[in-house]
Design a protein around this ligand. Structure first.
Ligand code: ADP
Length: 497
């Protein structure tokens, strides 16, 4: 076993209602992105742990959870929501230590997460079937049934939120779960298991395995008892998992990358648009799949808008995510930090003009952690890598357009299609663009709005399937048709017609 400082906390996995050590006996360090120092060691799970977790989830599916009346399941899911609400501040602190997001932002986000559990808890006993007007002498009805063991693999930018978007509907539909948080941010998923226990979930209904994608994630996806893979993360990993799931014809929901356009027309309320554009790209330090990383500005207001934008961005206080005055925190991990700075170089080499940012901020507060200043490039064209590839950091690329047709053409010229923003006072124009934009979410005069009530997901390489709302639970159900013959006599099968 690798040796780690005894001062670090040890985080074990949660399988079948027990805290368990990894079969390998190995642990890895998880790092606080503000101090760049490890603060805990996390179990390095592998195939044996994945197998143990999926089998436990399968037993729970065939056993207590599967047999429980949906109203009872709903009650337990609702209780989990209440417990999250009660422990929101503690969960937020843990999340910040692991991923460096602003404490205030995480408190706000985690206080909102229970809504997913309440919403889907309410749906648990409303999953109804249909009696069909059958043209045969039979009563035929169909009803949705759960799939079985669902695997949820999530990234590091919003671990508890993204996990809940999957867990709440999957459980409400009657499935059981194995969760795999990202290797950088395992702590909140594990803390959640204490609440899962207190809420009264039978052992095995929710399990958490931790570790690296290839080592423990893939065995979860390829396990013969896994029936659904819910993934949020990069398009490359998502496509890989899709191909693995295809071998056994498993269901998948994929919520992948984006290069979302935020389109500002010359009639827009420019001050509102500035706030929306800044929130869209620098919120969460740009580490969201829906980041509005391509800013398209109509030529007539380009210079004025960019000036306002730069002035407002310069007011952002970058620093300690735990300080309530901080507005932009660090990047979540070293690898991502280096990748983001790498894109600054790429953009410059491709001829984009650096307007502001592009480096680590000056001063002691940002000297150790993984900080990058909010960065704006102008003079970007849509062929540049900075306009085509997902950076997942605080870098905004500014492009110019002349009319709506050109804006739509640029916006849609992307392999991604997760989201788009439109800023205009002309509602006819807004509706026309909403039709024409190839994106799973279109925000008009707002940006980055997500709700448990409203379907969310991607077009093109941004994903498959939808999370949230009533549509979200259908990802976790399959339809069974049942035929009950009403004929007095079964026809002779050798006589056709
Ligand atoms: P990013 O950190 O860019 O979002 P990924 O999309 O690779 O990167 O990671 C998202 C999640 O997918 C993490 O939990 C990660 O451990 C997991 N993951 C990465 N590679 C694999 C893989 N080959 N199989 C299963 N899970 C993986």
């Amino acid at each position: 076993m690798t040796s780690h400082s005894p001062a670090l906390r040890t985080l074990d996995m949660y399988i079948d209602g027990q805290w368990v050590k990894p079969a390998s006996g190995q642990y890895f360090e998880t790092v606080d992105p503000f101090t760049a120092q490890p603060w805990a060691i996390v179990a390095r799970g592998g195939a044996a742990d994945a197998d143990r977790a999926v089998r436990a989830a399968h037993r729970a599916f065939k056993g207590p959870w599967g047999k429980m009346h949906p109203s009872e399941r709903g009650k337990i899911i609702h209780r989990l929501g209440t417990l999250i609400e009660e422990h929101a501040d503690l969960l937020a602190e843990i999340e910040v230590r692991d991923n460096g997001r602003l404490l205030a932002e995480m408190q706000h986000q985690i206080r909102y997460i229970p809504k997913w559990y309440y919403y889907y808890a309410g749906l648990a006993d409303k999953i109804e079937g249909v009696v069909h007007p059958c043209d045969k002498p039979a009563l035929s009805y169909s009803r949705p049934e759960p799939l079985g063991v669902c695997v949820a693999i999530v990234p590091w930018n919003a671990p508890l939120l993204l996990l809940s978007l999957k867990a709440a509907p999957a459980l409400a539909a009657g499935n059981t779960l194995v969760l795999k948080p990202a290797e950088h941010t395992s702590a909140t998923a594990l803390k959640l298991m204490e609440l899962v226990e207190a809420a009264g979930f039978p052992p095995g209904v929710i399990n958490v395995v931790t570790g690296f994608g290839k080592e423990v994630g893939e065995p979860l996806v390829t396990h013969p008892l896994t029936r659904h893979v819910g993934f949020t993360g990069s398009t490359a990993t998502g496509a890989h998992l899709y191909s693995l799931a295809a071998k056994d014809v498993k269901r998948v929901s994929l919520e992948l990358g984006g290069k979302s356009p935020n389109i500002v027309f010359d009639d827009a309320d420019l001050d509102n648009a500035v706030r929306g554009v800044v929130g869209g790209i620098f919120g969460a330090t740009g580490q969201t799949c829906i980041a509005g990383s391509r800013l398209l500005v109509q030529r007539r207001v380009h210079d004025e808008f960019v000036e306002k934008l730069a002035a407002f961005t310069r007011t952002a206080r970058v620093g300690d995510p735990r300080d309530v005055r901080t507005q932009v925190g660090p990047i979540a991990n070293k690898m991502q930090f280096e990748k983001v700075l790498g894109y600054v170089d790429i953009a410059r080499q491709d001829g984009a003009e650096l307007l502001i940012g592009g480096k680590r901020p000056d001063g002691d507060e940002c000297a150790r952690g993984f900080f990058v200043e909010p960065t704006i490039f102008t003079g970007v064209n849509n062929g540049m890598r900075i306009a085509r590839e997902e950076v997942f950091g605080p870098i905004l690329s500014t492009l110019v357009f002349d009319d709506a047709d050109e804006a739509v053409a640029i916006a849609n010229d992307s392999e991604f299609g997760l989201a788009a923003g439109v800023w205009t006072r002309d509602m006819k124009l807004a509706l026309r663009l909403s039709d024409q934009l190839e994106a799973g979410s279109v925000w008009v005069n707002t940006y980055r709005d997500i709700s448990y009530t409203t379907p969310f997901g991607g077009y093109k390489k941004s994903g498959i399937g939808r999370e949230n709302g009533a549509e979200g639970i259908r990802e976790y159900l399959q339809t069974k048709a049942v035929w009950l013959s009403t004929a007095d006599e079964i026809a002779n099968p050798f006589v056709i017609g």
